[in-house]
Design a protein around this ligand. Sequence first.
Ligand SMILES: [Cu+2]
Length: 175
Amino acid sequence: MRKVEYRCGGKNHAFGAPAVFTLSLVVGVVGGIYSIGGGSMEAGQTRWLINGLSYEPDEHPIVVQEGATEVWEIRNDEHSMLHPMHLHGLRFRVLERVNSPQQVGRPTVDGKGRTATDLGFKNTILVLSGETVKVNVDFSHGFEGEQLYMLHCHTLEHEDAGMMLNYKVVSPQGP
Ligand SMILES: [Cu+2]
């Protein structure tokens, strides 16, 4: 049973985690037995991964405190595809784009690499190959106890290939 839990820091850092949380997007192979020759061969599954994880419905690897403001860095692998990353339930602002691919040549509106569509509140952000997008997520929603959400790539083939994680927002007094 794998258990990876990111307890994000938030404005009071009560969870003791770094203020900047990184989501790494990469393709990977999960499980499988590779053999050449006779006998049965079972191929591993190619999955799209976030921080090395593919989606498991019963796992909530990210825990955030209600009311926290987090800076999340969404880092796409250089050899990756484009990923429109979507956060359920909450909204964020784009702070900066770093290492945006030159050949895309998009018009930026400021020195932070942002384009016009990066301004304002967002719940989905396109992350290009090799690019890192820093977003500021406001986890205020005013509900008590544990609230369950998910984040995922909005390219449905990627989502179906595991590119989704549950996350949990808990009251500051909560577990
Ligand atoms: Cu994707």
